[in-house]
Design a protein around this ligand. Structure first.
Ligand code: SAM
Length: 225
């Protein structure tokens, strides 16, 4: 018999990029509220854990509406900060808000599918990827991690944030929400993330569990080894 999780994963596998792009495109103007209420605290701690410094080449994969991206640009005024998101509206919003706030910074955000990153091997010192893997099938997570591995410099750092699985009632609510709008919620997968990172060649160096209100996050730092 098919379990609820198995059903979700299968649907996700079939429906992934096009529907996700459409859903997040529609939500772009409202999305900053979701970041403020659920992701802000984890973003702050992830920045502290990452070791990102001014002057680096930094990439954010799946910028959403750009709240983390602007913090990265603020911390990296003399370096270069790039971003990608599959939703053209999210990418455009991220680019225009960051440009308005930091007119002189070297920054560029574009609409790109993370499964094929348009950068040369070894381009970045640091990559950030927050709340994306839930939206990708397992094969696509591998492909995306391989792409991130490729574009990182040797000993470069990947900081990822996943939706945590440490709160039981949240897990149950998530299953319901994800069965209604799988393209928005995807499925929780923080327990498998470290092994996929290690299988792709990363070495996991740090981990923190964080809660903002009832919303759990898991932050992982890993090094290209
Ligand atoms: C849950 S939001 C997280 C946004 C932001 N990183 C944050 O921390 O608030 C997921 C984002 O991933 C983007 N996304 C989903 N699939 C993607 C793909 N295949 N390539 C690039 N971005 C993708 C969506 O458009 C959306 O903006």
């Amino acid at each position: 018999m098919q379990t609820a999780v198995g059903y979700q994963t299968e649907r996700l596998h079939k429906t992934i990029a096009k529907r996700t792009k459409r859903v997040y495109d529609h939500l772009a103007p409202m999305y900053p509220a979701s970041t403020y209420f659920f992701h802000r605290k984890a973003h702050k701690i992830a920045l502290e854990m990452s070791g990102v410094r001014n002057g680096m080449n930094v990439l954010e994969v799946a910028t959403g509406s750009g709240e983390m991206f602007r913090q990265l640009v603020r911390m990296n005024p003399s370096g270069a900060t790039c971003g990608v998101d599959i939703s053209p509206r999210m990418a455009a919003r991220t680019q225009s808000h960051a440009r308005k706030q930091f007119p002189k910074a070297s920054l560029h955000c574009q609409a790109v599918d993370c499964r094929s990153l348009p950068y040369r091997d070894g381009s970045f010192d640091q990559i950030f990827c927050c709340y994306l893997f839930e939206l990708l099938s397992t094969d696509d997570i591998y492909q995306t991690m391989e792409e991130m591995y490729r574009v990182l410099k040797p000993r470069g750092v990947l900081t990822s944030i996943l939706i945590g699985q440490q709160v039981e009632f949240f897990n149950r609510a998530y299953l319901v929400a994800a069965s209604v709008v799988p393209a928005f919620w995807g499925r929780q997968m923080d327990h498998s993330a470290p092994s996929i990172l290690e299988a792709t060649g990363f070495r996991v160096t740090g981990e923190r569990l964080v809660k903002q209100s009832f919303y759990p996050s898991r932050i992982l730092t890993s090094i290209k080894s």
